[in-house]
Design a protein around this ligand. Structure first.
Ligand code: 13P
Length: 254
């Protein structure tokens, strides 16, 4: 049985002061929720403070990006080693990185390899654009992205995958639980082809894109969906807490 996983991706929101307030608002209640792995992914500059605030709780920290080189003359970048002191997870290949910062499948592949080498668990994001969905290419796009991101990687221990259809991100138009379940089932079969059925059975695969407290239960009820990567709704303490609490409740009833 896979432990459900809910992560908040704060994206480029919150100053250090605002991030601390947000964490203080949710920390106690979030800590008490059992049966779900809870992860907060603030901007880089807040990782230290948030890590300190969360020390001793059941809540984990993740980064939103990372460079693949170990260290050196890469002005403005952050290395796997630097992150491994501060967090357990790192979001890689988010569609916003691909779209606005030119990240290719090859770059994402290097980042996934580098993260694993440093003991970080990648939260690998894949998802199709609206045109790709409309052309009936979703399956081909997302399986290609997963295969490319994992190329040459022997054993991606701790890997988490997030299926985030781009047209559903920040639009208020979430995918349906049923279609997401189908796509996530396909991704699990793809992982099975690469690493075997047992491994694939243990990999958490999340849905992301306009997740709210009102629609989370529908996703969590699906057999293949192990949790959510939450953007906008993770910036509101009450809303995020409800999302995690409802995830825990659905899991219990499953
Ligand atoms: P929203 O929840 O704001 O749609 O964002 C989803 C996302 O991109 C999480 O990584």
């Amino acid at each position: 049985m896979r432990t459900p996983f809910v992560a908040g991706n704060w994206k480029m929101n919150t100053t250090v002061a605002q991030a601390s307030v947000l964490v203080r608002e949710m920390k106690e209640r979030l800590d008490r929720i059992e049966g779900v792995e809870k992860v907060l992914c603030p901007p880089f500059i807040s990782l230290t403070v948030i890590g300190e605030l969360l020390r001793g709780t059941s809540i984990k920290v993740g980064a939103q990006n990372m460079y693949f080189e170990e260290k050196g003359a890469y002005t403005g970048e952050v290395s796997p080693q630097m992150l491994s002191e501060l967090c357990d997870f790192v979001i890689l290949g988010h569609s916003e990185r691909r779209q606005y910062f030119g990240e290719t499948d090859e770059v994402v592949n290097k980042k996934v390899g580098a993260a694993l080498k440093s003991g970080l668990s990648p939260i690998l994001c894949v998802g199709e654009r609206l045109e790709e969905k409309e052309a009936g290419n979703t399956d081909e796009v997302v399986t290609r992205q997963v295969r490319a991101a994992l190329r040459g990687i022997e054993s991606p221990q701790g890997l988490v995958i997030a299926y985030e259809p781009i047209w559903a991100i920040g639009t208020g138009r979430a995918a349906t639980p049923h279609e997401s379940n189908d796509t996530i089932g396909l991704l699990r079969r793809t992982v099975a082809q690469l690493y075997g059925k047992d491994f694939a059975h243990g990999v958490r695969i999340l849905y992301g894109g306009s997740v709210t407290a009102s629609n989370i239960a529908g996703f969590m009820e699906q057999p293949e969906i192990d949790g959510a990567l939450v953007g906008g709704a993770s910036l509101q303490a009450e809303e995020f807490l409800s999302i995690v609490e409802r995830s825990a409740a659905v899991k219990k009833a499953k």
